[in-house]
Design a binder for this molecule. Structure first.
Ligand SMILES: Cc1ncsc1CCOP(=O)(O)O
Ligand SMILES: C=C1C=NC(C(F)(F)F)=NC1=N
Ligand SMILES: [Mg+2]
Length: 217
């Protein structure tokens, strides 16, 4: 298996749903995920973090269940932070933040699987590219209450600035994105948008995903 091509990566980043068991209100995350994929989600990240998150065997079992939903629909399955779990499940890739250790080390562990890195400035972006990242997560582009310890809100135009600085790796915007402001993310030259709340807390996850997909048409 070879490294993913940039054009294929850009297509996968269009509507990137990220969630864990703590992000969905009442319904089962597996049901929310299936509906969201039916609505046009192109990539899924299992991000099991924060108060009440499951761990150990429970986390692995939930990961397996969500991976099966993705596999049925041919949507790649990415694991956040937990490289060991990603390898145990033979996930399609891993996403790591600046505090999750060296991206070069993770690249060595995961082979040609997809590697995403959270970056917040040109220096971090250049380092991630040198370390073998396939895409960059940039944000928060809008205010969000989903992740407590985010960096300052950078705005969607920050991604256009990264382009001007010569950063051309596939980039997905993250942070406070929903159907109403998604158009600004497109204007900011991101290749895709990622969401937690806009889909995980939607009354109709399929419709929420459909509305987000519209912005790329
Ligand atoms: C994980 C993460 N990283 C930067 S903002 C954020 C949370 C995004 O969640 P939401 O889409 O609900 O704002
Ligand atoms: C903190 C994060 C930042 N960006 C992304 C992604 F959208 F996948 F790039 N995922 C994360 N978990
Ligand atoms: Mg992390």
């Amino acid at each position: 298996m070879a490294r993913i091509r940039a054009d294929k990566m850009r297509a996968l980043l269009k509507v990137y749903f990220i969630s864990g068991s703590t992000n969905t209100a009442e319904t089962e995350l597996a049901n929310v995920l299936a509906q969201a994929i039916a609505g046009g989600v192109t990539l899924f990240q299992f991000r099991e973090k924060g108060r009440g998150a499951c761990s150990g065997a429970g986390k692995t079992a939930l990961g397996k269940k969500l991976q099966a939903v993705c596999q049925k629909a041919n949507v790649p399955f990415i694991v956040n932070d937990d490289v060991a779990l990603a390898l145990e499940l033979d996930a399609d890739g891993v996403h790591i933040g600046q505090e999750d250790g060296s991206a070069a080390e993770v690249r060595r562990k995961i082979g040609d699987r997809i590697l995403g890195v959270s970056t917040h400035n040109v220096a971090e972006a250049k380092q991630a590219i040198a370390d073998g990242a396939d895409y960059l997560g940039v944000g928060p582009v809008f205010a969000t209450s989903t992740k407590a310890d985010t960096r300052a809100v950078c705005g969607p135009e920050f991604i256009a600035r990264l382009r001007e600085e010569g950063i051309h790796l596939p980039i997905v915007a993250i942070g406070g994105i929903h159907a109403k402001n998604a158009v600004e993310v497109v204007a900011g030259k991101a290749d895709g948008l990622s969401v937690i709340t806009a889909i995980s807390n939607a009354a109709d996850p399929k419709a929420a995903a459909q509305q987000l997909s519209q912005v790329w048409k």
